[in-house]
Design a protein around this ligand. Structure first.
Ligand code: KG4
Ligand code: ZN
Length: 343
């Protein structure tokens, strides 16, 4: 089965062709980062307009790159939610229109399920069951995964998502958007031990997260270091970036360890934009080694952040299982992953 995958939930237009027998044949991405950078975050209306602009040329690109003719495409998978309503509408409308004209099915995919399954596109795919840490710009969730669509939410952020915390802290320091990669890069120049940031909610039982206190702590630390000309020294910035990154990594690692203990699973999957963070990967690898040698699975960096390949792959699994929907335009900006049917 050959699938055209379309991702337009936020600020990246992602398109891919996935073949259930041959694997991933092509993927293309247009990132709107430059468009939103001057605003320090995503402007929804600009995002929708740009998706409308980019989508058809990207579809042409992946089809030509993979030598795929219209007749070769068996179905279309598109992101139906969660995400920005206008942005989702673009992907959903294009997917449904093409499906109608080509007389093939189109299926709405849950964006976070796309992230969650993205590591399965890699050489050593994770095997069920496992615990998944989903860390993106909009979500921070720990999920017990027993199979596709068999998800039990173990814990989630009660306020900001981990990626959102990175983005907000970066903005306070005058760094570029998105903040995660900018903070990670700057943290390489930081001096360990200069600042000690809190590890929120680790002393309380449970698997929920909270990152808004860390944001306040960052703001106060920046204020303490800022001189009378409102300037922050580059070294101070780097030290703050390192302390911030360490606090997020430590917090996520402590909760992952707890989730593995509570569920009895050995293996951990990390997915979403923040799973590209090298220090997080290192911290989790070290924890797993110490705790009995479970494996850590993640996608290649470009499939940690939003992309079309993960949507094509997730959609393919569901389409192969026979899942279908009508021709109506479906957008589900708020959509708990636990509502998905098991396959
Ligand atoms: O999954 P994603 O592309 O979009 C959403 O579904 O939200 O995640 C984007 C988030 C942003 O908040 C970005 O700052 C963060 O992932 N991110 C990172 C890194 N790369 C991206 N955070 C920390 N370290 C990174 N290397
Ligand atoms: Zn995402």
């Amino acid at each position: 089965m050959r699938i055209l995958g379309i991702e337009t939930s936020c600020d990246e237009t992602g398109v891919a062709i996935y073949d259930s027998e041959k694997g991933l044949l092509a993927d293309a991405l247009y990132s709107q980062i430059d468009l939103h950078a001057e605003y320090g975050g995503v402007v929804p209306e600009l995002a929708s307009r740009d998706h409308a602009h980019r989508l058809l040329p990207l579809i042409k690109e992946v089809m030509s790159e993979s030598n795929t003719e219209i007749a070769d495409i068996d179905a279309i998978a598109y992101t139906a939610g969660p995400g920005l309503i206008g942005a989702l509408m673009v992907g959903s409308s294009v997917a449904k229109s093409m499906a109608m004209v080509w007389d093939i099915p189109a299926l709405g995919v849950h964006h976070m399920e796309g992230h969650l399954l993205a590591p399965m596109l890699e050489e050593h795919p994770p095997e069920f069951p496992f615990v998944a840490l989903l860390v993106s710009g909009g979500h921070t969730q720990l999920v017990e995964v027993k199979g596709i669509g068999q998800y039990r939410l173990l814990g989630e952020s009660v306020d900001d998502a981990a990626g959102e915390a990175f983005d907000k802290a970066a903005k306070m320091m005058g760094l570029s958007y998105p903040g995660g990669p900018a903070i990670a890069k700057l943290a390489n120049q930081g001096r360990r031990g200069r600042f000690k940031f809190p590890r929120p909610m680790v002393n309380r039982p449970g698997l929920d997260f909270s990152f808004s206190g860390l944001k306040t702590f960052t703001r106060n630390t920046i204020a303490d270091c800022t001189d009378e000309h409102d300037e922050l020294l580059e070294q101070d910035k780097a030290d703050i970036a390192l302390a911030f990154e360490e606090a997020v990594v430590d917090t996520l690692t402590i909760k992952c360890k707890r989730a593995l203990k509570e569920t009895g699973h050995k293996n951990l999957v990390i997915a979403g934009g923040v799973s590209a963070n090298q220090q997080l990967r290192k911290g989790l690898e070290a924890m797993l080694k110490k705790e009995g040698g479970g494996n850590l699975h993640y996608a290649r960096p470009e499939f940690c952040t939003d992309n079309g390949a993960m949507i094509a792959f997730a959609g393919c699994q569901r389409l192969l299982a026979g899942q279908r929907e009508g021709l109506e335009i479906i957008c589900t900006p708020r959509w708990p992953m636990e509502q998905l049917p098991a396959i």
